[in-house]
Design a protein around this ligand. Structure first.
Ligand code: NAP
Length: 248
């Protein structure tokens, strides 16, 4: 894949899908800014792995739901590199509970971590990318944002919001040379899913046309495509990475 830009910030890249996105983009020659909230050691380990493979990386810890911290982080990147070419809004959390028992605080904290943070990242990156008339942003949504799910009204609302918001940013930024797209992973094998019992894994796999969970690497490669020059005429798109679930 070909990239005209030079660097990328990947939020929530100390582990899981985000760390795979960071390693994949570093493999394509981008300098990767690895973000974490609590996992400083894990973030350092991702940086080491990238550097051992000959790539360029830096670690930047901040909470994506803290607006000023996000703004300061982008300033740090600009002060260091003189630009921000790409952003992947990947950090996300779940706080599952059936709606009747869900406290408003648990609804709002997921909205803030998954959707408001994404808005801040999209807006702040637009401010710096439009100066160079170049940039691309990928927002990591979820199949749950397309289908809804019992016990996940907060998560579904946040991820559905990400899809619609991405399209709105795409329209507003189209003439500024910035593309905004989202990726909706289905069931991906991460720490979250490896702890499930074999019975639960079997029942999940049975619902997937490809009969297996996805790999974080497969989400990373789809994300890389949407940032790369190979998708230069694609904006406002929602790319499903889910083994064939939920076909329209
Ligand atoms: P994960 O393994 O739980 O990793 C989450 C990452 O986000 C960690 O690096 C974590 O860092 C970071 N993070 C969480 N809250 C943060 C905050 N407020 N500020 C900064 N960093 C924060 O999650 P994952 O499974 O890789 O999921 C990554 C993304 O894909 C999420 O948006 C998720 O909703 C989406 N997704 C996942 C799946 C799946 O099957 N796994 C499916 C669909 C969509 P710390 O450890 O330092 O907190």
């Amino acid at each position: 894949m070909k990239f005209s830009g030079n660097n990328v910030l990947v939020t929530g890249s100390s582990r899981g899908i985000g760390s795979e996105i960071a390693k994949t983009l570093a493999g394509f020659g981008l300098k990767v800014w690895i973000n974490y909230r609590t996992g400083a050691k894990e973030a350092d380990a991702v940086k080491e792995t990238i550097e051992e493979a000959g790539g360029k990386a830096a670690v930047i810890g901040f909470d994506v739901s803290d607006e000023q911290a996000f703004i300061d982080a982008i300033k740090t990147i600009i002060d260091s590199d003189g630009e921000l070419s790409y952003l992947v809004n990947n950090a996300g959390i779940t706080k599952d509970k059936l709606a009747l028992r869900m406290k408003t605080d648990d609804f709002m904290s997921v909205i803030n971590a998954n959707l408001t943070s994404c808005f801040i990242g999209c807006r702040e990156s637009m401010k710096v990318m439009r100066k160079k008339k170049f940039g691309a942003v990928v927002n990591i949504s979820s199949i749950i944002g397309e289908t809804g799910n019992a016990g996940q009204t907060n998560y579904a609302a946040s991820k559905g919001g990400v899809i619609a918001m991405t399209k709105s940013f795409a329209i507003e930024a189209a003439t500024s040379g910035i593309r905004y797209n989202s990726v909706t992973p289905g069931f991906i094998a991460t720490e979250m899913t490896t702890i499930l019992s074999d019975d639960i894994k079997d029942s999940i796999n049975a619902k997937i046309p490809m009969k297996r969970m996805g790999k974080a690497k497969e989400v990373a490669e789809a994300t890389a495509f949407l940032l790369s020059d190979y998708s230069s005429y694609i904006t406002g798109e929602t790319l499903k990475v889910n083994g064939g679930m939920n076909m329209a």
